[in-house]
Structures are given as C-alpha cells and as structure tokens.
Ligand binder design. Structure first.
Ligand code: ATP
Ligand code: MG
Length: 453
C-alpha cells in the first residue's frame, strides 16, 4: 500500500468530481425538473445499491462490451471473498430488483432512478469515472406505445429544462433471429475487407460484429457505411413494431431521423433503440440513450417479460444547461441575523427559531476562529450571504424588546432600516416580501432558483 506523508494533501480520485455548493442550485433545478416530469407520466422512483455482484453485469451486459471488457470497477470483498462491482449502469440492478421483489406481480411497472455510476474510462470533457445518470425502465410493456412515451418524456424534459437543439435518432435492431441472419452477412462482408479493420474490430469480428458498426474510427466510416444494414433484415413483427413507434412520434410532433447504424452497446437490446444527441458538447454529444431489452428478464432467470428504458448523462445535460441558461444562483438565506453581546446572542437564537417557524431561511451569525466579530464584519457576511434582510440585535434592541431590520436589497437608501418589535418581525418580513413581489425566496416559492441571462 502506498504511504502518504502526514503533511501531504490527499486529493480526490481522478475522474471523480466534487460537486461544489456553487453548482448545487443547478443540480437541484435539474433534479426537481426530472422528478416532476417523471411523476407526470406515472413513473415511480426505485433506489438500488451502488454495489452489485459482478456476475450481474457480466451476464446482463454481455462479456464483449466496452463496459464489461475494460470499464468496470470490480473487486473482491476482503471480508468474505464476494466478487463485487461498482455499478457501471443501473438497468441490470433495476431488473434484478424487480425480479427479487416480484414487482410486476400485479402488472407492468414504470420505474425511474438517478444516481452515480462508475466506469474506468479516460477522463475528458463529458466523460468521467464517476458520473450520474437519470434513467427510466418500463418493465412488462410490449407495444410500441411505451417506447414512444419514453421518448416523449425526454422531449418534455428538454423543454422544461429550456434545452434546445437535441436531436433524436432511432433505429430498430430487430429480434435475435433477425440479428443472426444479418450477422452472418455482416461477418462475411467484413471478412472480405479484413485489411481495413482496426484491432478492436478484428477482435470483435466473430464475437460482436454489430459493435463494429458503432466504431468511432474515422478511417472505418466508409466501410461501415456500406455494410449490410440490419433494418433490411427485419421481419414483419419487428417492422410493424418499429412503424408503430414512428407513427406515435409523428402524431405527437416529435421529429426524428432513422439512423440505420445506431446499434447501442449492450447485448440485451432488441427492436427499438434511440439516442438523443447534441452538437453543442463537442465529441461527447450523446446525452441520452435507450431502447428495448425484451430478453433481459429471462437472462436473469425470470419469466419472459418485455421491457424498455433509457439512461441520460446528467453532467452532459448540466453542461448544456449552463450554456443555455447562464449562471444559476441562489441566495444562501432570506435573513442574516447579526448580534453583539451575550443577551443579544440568546435573543437571536430565539428569534431565528421563530422566523424559521414562519418559513423563512435564516442564517445566524456564529463565531469564527477570530470570535464573533464586530457589527461591521458581521454585516459583511450578511451582504455576502445574498440575504434580503439583515436583522440586528444589539444592547439597545435587547433593552427595548425590538430588532433592527436592514433592507439589503432596497434601492431606496432612505428607507433602509427600521426598528420593529420582536414579536412582529416575522409578520413584517413576510408582508415586505409579498409587497415586493419578491419571487426569489424560499418562503414564498419553496426552492425557487433564479437564472441570470
Ligand atoms: P459513450 O458512447 O459516450 O461511451 P455509452 O454508450 O457508453 O456512451 P450509455 O451506457 O448508453 O453510454 O449511457 C447513457 C448516457 O450516460 C450516455 O449517453 C452519456 O450521456 C452518459 N455517460 C456514459 N458514460 C459516461 C461517462 N463516462 N461520463 C459521463 N457521462 C457518461
Ligand atoms: Mg461508453
């Protein structure tokens, strides 16, 4: 084990980021919007563990995928020898949980999740080793209607987040038999052009040739463009399903393009696959990917159960939000309580609780290493907090049973402060906020966040 000197700073793990307080309002805005959109379609949240047994992913994702081949954080539990993995995605865990708790016993389920995922990739813009996904899984639904609903739900989320320029690509990768017929022709085609395949593609030629179509290698683009297209191999049922999805998207005015090369990474996908892509993020432009995975429940030992879902990359969407809505900020509190002397400190604790009872967000000035500080230095903190009001309790106020309210945001300096009886402070502040039409505050609009353009 590597030794660290006691005085040396220990830094975080590369590719795993701290989400700092300054970014918290953006995350909250995103999460609140996600929650309300998913609820509006009847999706229920599920929270599964971050650690799962390693075989869950090996079996669920297929062993010839990027994730299982080289991206998983797997380890042996030193206490009992269990093989465990930090989840690289959440579909496998959700399906495991659905089976373990027989969640579909009374019919199909609409589920969603959010949380950190872990993949050992090269860290770069839009690609991290710990990142976050929001996903939805509709388990037990067979028709094209639910596929279309999931896609529409994404569109509503982009709209509600104020995001534009995210385009939809869809494809159908058929069922196992259709893929098999295509695969035979695909392997024959690539064998004919073996000299043009890169090392990755050579390795996958017989194990997972479909993935070759996914290649980002520019020198292989033409080869891949002329390869046999899976969509030509679809049988009647797959074709009808795919047309059903398209009909519903058109009916609901969701623009899309069919990308015959879109195949998605995991083995368990069938029929509908889709991706939402933006050009505004450089090369990591896919913000959401999804599709049908009818075979997965059976792979995990359950009864055949059709299912479909998507996962979106939260960091990429937040970067888009930053680019479109500018800076998202929020004041730390409505009221900053300033006080001097022991009696005033006691009084300010009581007043703080009373204001919180009334629904206000209150920061009570507390001593730092240098002590409580002068009025002047406390007022500096009050200004920095973004509060609309500073309330001052000093010797005079305590003697009179009053508090001095300072209006930190009022332009009119003449009406800049006022003395109010202690028991009337809460009412006075609420009246002032209402009269002001102040929309920035927790009390009137719980959790409201403002954006600056
Ligand atoms: P990519 O081709 O970019 O590697 P993927 O096919 O591996 O994507 P999925 O497994 O479909 O991605 O995950 C869904 C979404 O999660 C992606 O579209 C992306 O927005 C996000 N995502 C995937 N991997 C990362 C990562 N390492 N860092 C940040 N976001 C990621
Ligand atoms: Mg990947």
């Amino acid at each position: 084990m590597a030794e660290t000197k006691k005085s040396e700073k220990i830094l975080g793990v590369k590719g795993m980021n701290d989400i700092l307080p300054e970014d918290a309002p953006l995350w909250e805005l995103f999460e609140n919007t996600v929650q309300s959109v998913l609820r509006s379609y009847g999706y229920q949240q599920i929270r599964t563990p971050i650690v799962e047994p390693t075989p869950l992913f090996a079996r669920g994702l297929g062993t010839v995928t990027d994730i299982v081949e080289k991206e998983m954080y797997s380890f042996t539990d030193s206490m009992n020898g269990d093989e465990l993995t930090l989840r690289p995605e959440c579909t496998a865990g959700v399906v495991r949980s659905v089976l373990e708790h027989n969640l579909t016993y009374d019919g199909p389920k609409r589920l969603w999740y959010e949380g950190p995922m872990f993949r050992h990739e090269r860290p770069q813009r839009g690609r991290y080793r710990q990142f976050h996904q929001v996903g939805a899984e509709a388990v037990g639904f067979a028709g094209p209607d639910i596929d279309a609903e999931l896609i529409m739900l994404c569109q509503r989320l982009w709209d509600d987040l104020g995001l534009s320029g995210i385009r939809l690509e869809i494809n159908s990768i058929g069922d196992a038999q259709e893929r098999h017929a295509h695969r035979v022709d695909l392997i024959a085609y690539f064998e004919q052009h073996k000299d043009q395949l890169d090392a990755d593609a050579q390795r996958r030629l017989h194990s997972n040739p479909l993935r070759i179509l996914d290649t980002k290698n520019p020198t292989m683009q033409e080869l891949v463009n002329n390869a046999p297209q899976l969509i030509e191999y679809l049988g009647e049922e797959s074709r009808a399903h795919f047309e059903g999805v398209q009909r519903l998207l058109k009916h609901n005015n969701i623009p899309f393009t069919i990308n015959p090369r879109l195949v998605r990474g995991m083995d368990y996908y069938n029929r509908t696959v889709f991706e939402w892509i933006t050009d505004q993020l450089g090369s990591q432009g896919t913000v959401c990917g999804g599709g049908r995975y009818d075979p997965l429940v059976e792979i995990f030992g359950g009864k055949p159960t059709p299912a479909v879902g998507f996962a979106m990359g939260v960091e990429r969407l937040l970067e888009l939000m930053k680019a479109t809505s500018g800076d998202v900020s929020r004041s730390q509190c409505d009221v900053y309580l300033v006080h001097q002397g022991e009696a005033a400190q006691l009084q300010s604790f009581t007043l703080g609780e009373r204001l919180r009872d009334a629904g206000l967000d209150v920061v009570l000035h507390c001593a730092s290493a240098g002590g409580a500080g002068s009025f002047k230095s406390q007022m500096k903190r009050a200004d920095a907090s973004g509060a609309a009001y500073a309330i001052i309790l000093g010797e005079d106020e305590v003697a009179n049973g009053t508090a001095t309210i300072k209006y930190l945001r009022d332009a009119d300096a003449s009406d800049n402060q006022r003395s109010v009886a202690l028991e009337l402070v809460a009412d006075h502040l609420i009246d002032h906020m209402t009269a002001d039409g102040d929309h920035d505050h927790g009390h009137l609009h719980a959790g409201q966040i403002h954006t600056h353009h």
